[in-house]
Design a protein around this ligand. Structure first.
Ligand SMILES: O=C(O)CCC(=O)C(=O)O
Ligand SMILES: [Fe+2]
Length: 627
């Protein structure tokens, strides 16, 4: 007939439904089809993106004197181009949109985790082994899957070939091989392999950047400028993460991924007595990691070598374009941050906030001032029903506070209602960011507001989310006696739900600090990227205590991670603390039920304000004025 074939989303959901019925043949057929179709879809997306990017948009002549119009024209023309291109690829393009469930499973390769079991049950041992190997290749720290892989490997009928993952990535395999050659002192092979991996890197990086690009979604009631800046922030944030993502495959510590290429190279070349390439590699490493002790030590070593002068110590030219593109990305993010900072300032002023010193000046040149200036003042009614928080305990530590009664039972119930809209793994790259024994779901503040805009969530619930966050912020600023404004940096409604696991030895959230990266071996906690170094204060506002386990705890220190002090969550309880290594903390396993809370991070640095917070407020405000 002329009926359209199912697209990958439908195939996958069908496969997953069969999986739950234990109908293995249908499950594997659906999932495998979905994997193939997803690949075509991805190829088509990238193709359309390239095509439309290279197409010069012609702006009508009479737009020339109106820059704003020309900018908007260009954006819309490109979106139209992409849409038309996709329409031609209808076979792979789901018309109705794609569920985030399927999208996440495809991107994180979770599909292979389900596939391996279904294939195994179906009796397809080779394919099962390959699926398992693929999943582990992309998720090397997944304990259960690693155990399954060992199990598959016990099967004597399988050969090494059967364990070669699908879609291996050249740059990564070469890099990995290089790290092994380094330990085996095979210098010539090491530099060959690392150089080749380095050549592959720009392509992998570009692909990752391209995959960040999604369609421009015009919110029904969101202003055009708002939509565009939100789109840009999302895109650029995703793209600037790419270099870390490429290194994340097998390491926890990825901040030095790119730099480590040049560490291997300087060492390999040095051992081969190739001094010029060694010196240049060292100079490049230092360029990339000016604060790294290893890079500095290497540099000092070469500079002390006889005859090496400053003018010999120059970074490699061939990688400068790549480095420049990353620098550009950084400065672009910085500009966006600044622009969205203006947006946030505007929001603060409107709410009669205490922080708008230079607002008049800011408002004058605020391109993103939206909605228009005749906006009414914040309504007082939202604040009337609030209880007065009780600061029940100030621990001996001045960096910690605890308050009760921040929310009433009724407000907790309402926010729990809102948690129905939380999405698995939201806000994290991995679906189960902390433990596979719990389901982790989240909803950030902007998504909540957007859901209200789209009619999915009653606006009062999203407004309550905003107000509860502001109220927590105000209580914290007051109790810690802060002298400069405390800005929202990220706001996330999160639930952790116990799975049926008999015995738990792990934590719901391993001990960590919110603004530095703990090295458990040394007890050092470095305030360096990719840690959220700008976070100054953290808080968690709990919505209920009706679950088992799940106590919050402070650890003794960076060297002794055992609990020093625990706090049991309950409705309206707020825990807050300074975000550094002085407050290492974690969460005990949630063994039964669902634990929900609003997690809040704050910064004193206006450049790191959460732009999406004021966007959420704008959206809610607009809904109110329109209705
Ligand atoms: O939920 C909690 O009690 C703490 C969560 C936490 O520490 C975090 O998400 O960084
Ligand atoms: Fe934390």
């Amino acid at each position: 007939g002329d009926e359209q074939p199912p697209h990958f989303d439908e195939s996958y959901l069908m496969g997953m439904r069969a999986y739950t019925r234990e109908d293995w043949a249908v499950a594997t057929a659906g999932m495998q089809q979905a994997v193939r179709d997803f690949e075509s879809y991805n190829e088509a997306s990238l193709k359309c993106l390239k095509l439309c990017e290279n197409q010069k948009v012609k702006v009508p002549v009479d737009y020339y004197d109106d820059q704003e119009l020309a900018v908007f024209h260009e954006i819309i023309a490109r979106e139209t181009c992409i849409r038309n291109c996709r329409d031609k690829e209808v076979d792979v393009y789901p018309r109705a949109g794609i569920t985030s469930y399927t999208m996440d499973h495809m991107k994180n390769k979770n599909v292979y985790d389900y596939l391996q079991l279904a294939l195994f049950r179906e009796g397809k041992r080779e394919e099962a082994a390959k699926a398992c190997a693929t999943f582990v290749y992309y998720n090397p720290r997944h304990i259960n899957a690693s155990v399954s892989l060992v199990f598959h490997k016990k099967n004597k009928n399988l050969t090494e070939e059967d364990f070669i993952p699908h879609n291996k990535m050249t740059y990564w395999d070469l890099y990995y091989m290089g790290s092994e050659l380094y330990h085996r002192n095979q210098w010539q092979e090491l530099v060959d392999v690392i150089e080749t991996s380095l050549q592959e890197l720009p392509r992998a990086l570009q692909r990752c950047r391209d995959e960040c690009y999604g369609p421009l979604r015009l919110g029904r009631r969101m202003g055009f400028a708002q939509t565009v800046i939100h789109q840009m922030i999302t895109l650029k944030e995703c793209q600037s993460q790419c270099i870390h993502k490429l290194g994340e495959l097998r390491f926890d510590k990825t901040e030095e991924f790119f730099g480590s290429y040049f560490h291997y190279l300087q060492y390999g070349y040095h051992m081969l007595n190739a001094s010029l390439p060694a010196i240049q590699a060292s100079a490049t490493q230092l360029q990339l990691e000016p604060h790294s002790d290893v890079a500095k030590k290497n540099a000092v070593f070469y500079r002390q070598q006889h005859g090496v002068t400053r003018k010999d110590f120059i970074p490699r030219e061939d990688v400068q374009p790549l480095i420049e593109s990353m620098d550009l990305e950084h400065s672009f993010m910085h500009v966006l941050d600044e622009l969205s900072g203006h947006l946030e300032q505007f929001g603060e002023e409107r709410q009669g906030g205490e922080e708008g010193q230079d607002d008049a000046e800011l408002l004058d040149n605020d391109f993103f001032a939206y909605p228009p200036a005749n906006m009414p003042q914040a309504e007082e009614w939202e604040w009337q029903e609030w209880n007065k928080p009780e600061i029940v305990r100030f621990t001996t530590d001045p960096d910690r506070m605890l308050a009760d009664n921040v929310l009433s039972q009724d407000q907790c119930d309402k926010l729990l209602e809102l948690t129905k809209h939380c999405k698995e793994g939201d806000g994290y790259q991995r679906k189960a960011p902390h433990t596979y024994n719990e389901l982790f779901e989240g909803l950030n503040i902007l998504d909540a507001a957007k859901k209200s805009q789209e009619g999915e969530v009653v606006p009062e619930l999203s407004q309550l989310y905003v107000n509860a966050s502001r109220r927590s912020r105000d209580a914290i600023a007051k109790e810690f006696n802060l002298q400069t404004p405390l800005y929202f940096s990220y706001t996330h409604l999160v639930c952790r739900t116990a799975k049926d696991v008999v015995e738990r030895r792990d934590l719901s959230h391993p001990v960590h600090s919110d603004n530095c990266i703990l090295n458990e071996a040394t007890g050092e906690c470095d305030k360096v990227p990719p840690a959220y170094t700008w976070r100054d204060y953290s808080a968690i506002l709990y919505l209920s205590g009706e679950f088992e386990g799940g106590d919050f705890f402070y650890a003794h220190s960076t060297k002794d991670l055992s609990p020093e002090e625990t706090v049991s969550p309950k409705c309206g309880r707020l825990v807050a603390f300074s975000a550094g290594k002085e407050n290492m903390h974690g969460v005990l396993a949630v063994t039964k039920g669902r634990r929900c809370a609003v997690a809040l991070w704050f910064t004193l640095d206006p450049n790191h304000k959460e732009a999406t917070f004021s966007m959420a407020e704008e959206i809610l405000h607009e809904i109110k004025t329109v209705s």
